[in-house]
Structure formats: C-alpha cells, structure tokens
Design a binder for this molecule. Structure first.
Ligand code: C5P
Length: 295
C-alpha cells in the first residue's frame, strides 16, 4: 500500500445562482456560476488493506460515520469500482459548515480523487464525475474547480475561462442555514422576468471587477433571509461599503462575501470586522479544484 496522501479541498463561492424550476424528484434545476477559493480543508488519506473505512475529524460537532459525505463518497467509489480497499481518513476542517461554501461537498470530492489514486482504480474523469454527482449536487464541481457554469441539480459542470482572478472579503455569521430548508422556503413563481447567468459568464471572461459586482445574484437570498433575518442586515451593510464591488450570500448561506481590489483587501476586511457579525477573512479565486499531494 502507498504512503499517506493529503488532499487539499477548497471552498467555493456562488457568484450567480438562479433556480430555474422545481423538479419532479424534489430537487431544483439551477443556473449557477461557482468559483473555487483559497480556503481549504485538508483530507489525509492512509490506504489500508482491509475493508474498514474510518474517519476522524478536527471538528467534534461533525459525524464521522455514514452521515459524513466523505464516508458516503468513499463507499460510492468502492461500489462503482467493485473494490474492497480500506482507508483511514483524517479531515482537518477550516471551511465553516452550513455556510454555503461547499465544504462537505469539497471534502467528498477530495475523498473520491484521493482514494481513486490511493487504490489505483484507473477510473476516467467522467467516471469520477459520475460517482461525485451521485454523492451530492455540488461534488462534481470540486473535481475541476476554478470557475464553472453548473446546471442540472448543479452536477453538470462546464469550466469557464476567467480573465483575471479576484479577491473577496468573506464574512461567516455564526448561524447555519440548512440547504434543504432554504429550498423549501422558496416562493413560486420566482420571477416575472427571466434572469440568467449570461452576463456573469461574460463578466468573468472580461475580467472587470465592477462588471462582476453588478452581475452578482442569488435566488436563495430571500428564503435564507426569511429563515435567518440577521443575514439580510449583514448583507446590506457589506453591500454599502465603498471598498467593495458588490456583496452576496453564497449558496444557501449563511456566509456573505464582497468583491474587492487587491489593494483594498486589508482595509475592506478591517471594515467588515467592525460589523461584529462573525469571523472575517480575505480569500482569492483559484484556478483549480481538489489537489493531491504526498504526505
Ligand atoms: O445534493 P445535496 O445533497 O447537496 O442537496 C441537499 C439538499 O438541497 C437536497 O436534499 C435538496 O433539498 C436541496 N437541493 C435542491 N436542488 C438542488 C440542490 C439541492 O432542492 N439543485
């Protein structure tokens, strides 16, 4: 068996998220633009010969059994490949949970990419993406990362060319929003006019921060703000900052980000911290998804 692998699992921001329709299977079709950022969980993978799959996690509030997406991903991968390999997994969490930053999905993608390598499964990228899509709607995105246009439940991933990376101030309020609850809170009909991601995708290709700021949109903000009214206030205060080119809640919340120029990042972070609404950090867009390194 190989030595330990470490997989760096990045968070994401939704720069644009429109809900297109509710589907008969209870999910929703999306038109969303996701961007990976340099905030990471680390997944340490120690392959073992036996069939046991064990997980330890730096965050004691997270389950380490079959309720954790990392274990579900490992099991789904084994089933797909018809393999009985075992592993001990150690997850170092830095991405807050229930924040809309995709931490659990990224960890699952890290398990799929890392274990496929550790167990030498020889599966194609398309086969790994298939396993990822079965584990969760956002998981396939993290296999490629960078920026992508995601449709279907979110599992159909089309990478986007980005002209210039960007910085963002990320504020993580100490409240979680359940994704399922936010979708349940959506009120139909959603809109009288069609809103789609075309302008946002164009803005990414052009690399103008102001254009990106103008195209920020998230259909899940109103339901998340109904569930957690304090978030609406935080978003309004961030959006009013002259140092930020627009602010938005990511995914189903609760994290809220504002785009900024590199030279303004420190002042924008300090200004966001004065809101006392939760921990604040500066993040940068990255051009990749989960990455495997040797231990
Ligand atoms: O796919 P995932 O397990 O990440 O989704 C979590 C929950 O979010 C689902 O159970 C569903 O209620 C909701 N969801 C949805 N439409 C999507 C993605 C998620 O309704 N496209």
């Amino acid at each position: 068996m190989d030595a330990e692998l470490i997989v760096r699992c990045p968070a994401k921001l939704n720069l644009f998220l429109e809900v297109v329709r509710r589907r008969p299977d209870g999910y929703h079709d999306l038109d969303t633009v996701m961007q990976a950022i340099d905030l990471y969980d680390d997944l340490h993978i120690e392959p073992r010969p036996g069939p046991a799959l064990t997980l330890e996690c730096s965050d004691p509030s997270l389950p380490t059994d079959g309720r954790n997406l990392v274990i579900r991903a490992a099991q789904a991968l084994r089933e797909r490949a018809g393999c009985r390999g075992g592993a001990h997994l150690r997850l170092v969490k830095r991405i807050p949970s229930e924040a809309g930053l995709g931490g659990g999905s990224s960890d699952a993608a890290g398990a799929i990419a890392g274990l496929a390598r550790a167990w030498r499964l020889g599966l194609s990228s398309a086969e790994l993406a298939d396993v990822a899509a079965a584990v969760g709607s956002d998981v396939a995105f993290f296999l490629t990362g960078g920026a992508a246009h995601c449709t279907g439940r979110g599992e159909r991933v089309e990478p986007l060319a980005v002209r210039a990376g960007f910085h963002a101030v990320l504020l993580c309020p100490p409240v979680g929003v359940s994704t399922a609850a936010a979708y349940r809170e959506l009120r139909f009909p959603l809109t009288a006019i069609e809103i789609n991601s075309t302008m946002m995708r164009r803005a990414l290709g052009e690399g103008s921060l102001d254009a990106l700021g103008r195209c920020l949109f998230n259909r899940l903000e109103p339901p998340a703000f109904r569930l957690e009214p304090s978030l609406a206030e935080v978003k309004a205060q961030l959006a009013a900052s002259p140092l930020l080119a627009g602010a938005l809640m990511t995914g189903s919340g609760s994290a809220i980000f504002g785009l900024c120029r590199p030279d303004d990042a420190t002042r924008a972070r300090e200004s966001a911290a004065t809101l006392r609404a939760g921990p604040v950090c500066v993040v940068r867009s990255i051009d990749h998804g989960v990455r495997i390194t040797r231990g």
